[in-house]
Design a protein around this ligand. Structure first.
Ligand SMILES: [Zn+2]
Length: 140
């Protein structure tokens, strides 16, 4: 827990209204999250962010296989606190992995496309021409 600011709002973990949220870094990420006191006491973190983080660690079959040992209690504490099952978590991670792989494949296809259909124009030349036209319209 790095930043501690007591402010009112919704807890990012349990979604309850709270008047003394603590804003703190999600372990292992640069993200800051709003926690209510019971979620901090339970070592609980936002379900969807844990899903994303574990999905990005890889591991097709055993979801927790490639996750840092330090991270596993944090996942179990979160699931216990939110009343969600490990099976539900694993299904969400696998769904997220499939989505990430689909998006990565699309990005790769786009990059390959850009490389093969290049007309030799400088990248962004059309866009900067348009920006120059807009800038001149604004000046007139
Ligand atoms: Zn909470």
């Amino acid at each position: 827990m790095i930043n501690v600011n007591k402010i009112p709002g919704k807890c990012d973990v349990c979604n309850s209204d709270c008047d003394d949220l603590t804003i703190a870094e999600l372990p292992g990420t640069p993200l800051h999250v709003a926690y209510c006191a019971p979620c901090i006491a339970a070592n609980a973190h936002p379900f969807d962010l844990l899903v994303l983080q574990v999905a990005m660690c890889g591991g097709a079959d055993a979801v927790l296989e490639n996750v840092s040992v330090d991270y596993i209690p944090l996942i179990h504490d979160t699931l216990d606190h939110l009343g969600r099952s490990l099976q539900e978590f694993e299904e969400a991670v696998n769904h997220c992995k499939q989505h990430l792989q689909t998006e990565l494949a699309k990005d790769k296809a786009n990059v390959d496309n850009d490389n093969t259909t290049s007309t030799g124009d400088a990248p962004g030349s059309t866009q900067s021409g348009h920006a120059a036209a807009v800038a001149s319209e604004v000046q007139d």
